[in-house]
Ligand binder design. Structure first.
Ligand code: SF4
Length: 156
């Protein structure tokens, strides 16, 4: 993954943070319990590359999958890769979100379109545990549309 793509990905993630700044959540980490929710964040290749770079910079390796089916990056009730967490985690919107009533779907979809443009020459988003497996298959959670974190424009 080239530097330009990584920088653009960082910029898109920062924009997502800005769009969702007016909202807050109780930080229960409920949405990180992937097996319980039946959903996973989907990551573009550049997001996965950024995550791997983050771990490397911190001298860490990929944590093992968890027996309870929660996200392997969850540490206690906190995200262990918060600064590099995927777009799907930053834009996850559940009924417990507090703030403006309307989810900023147009803005989030616009950012997703920029992710797609960034990967126009190749690369598709994959569920987190599929990236983990590296072969596009995951038995821990299905990767159908119904299983993932909601993408902008989708409803529960
Ligand atoms: S990457 Fe972080 S925020 Fe996203 S599901 Fe995993 S622990 Fe939760």
């Amino acid at each position: 993954m080239d530097r330009r793509a990584l920088n653009e990905t960082r910029a898109l993630l920062s924009k997502a943070d800005a769009v969702y700044r007016p909202y807050s959540c109780p930080a229960s980490a409920e949405c990180c319990r992937l097996k319980d929710t039946g959903r996973q964040p989907w990551l573009w290749p550049s997001e996965w590359a950024l995550l791997m770079e983050h771990l490397k910079r911190e001298g860490r390796t990929l944590p093992p999958k968890r027996d309870d089916g929660a996200c392997p990056f969850l540490v206690g009730e906190r995200c262990g890769v918060y600064g590099a967490r995927p777009f799907g985690c930053r834009t996850y919107f559940c009924h417990r979100a507090a703030g403006p009533k309307r989810q900023p779907l147009e803005e989030t979809n616009a950012l997703l379109e920029r992710f797609a443009a960034l990967h126009a020459e190749g690369g598709e988003p994959k569920a987190l545990l599929d990236w983990y497996d590296g072969d596009g298959s995951s038995s821990a959670a299905p990767s159908s549309g119904a299983s993932r974190h909601l993408l902008p424009g989708e409803k529960e």
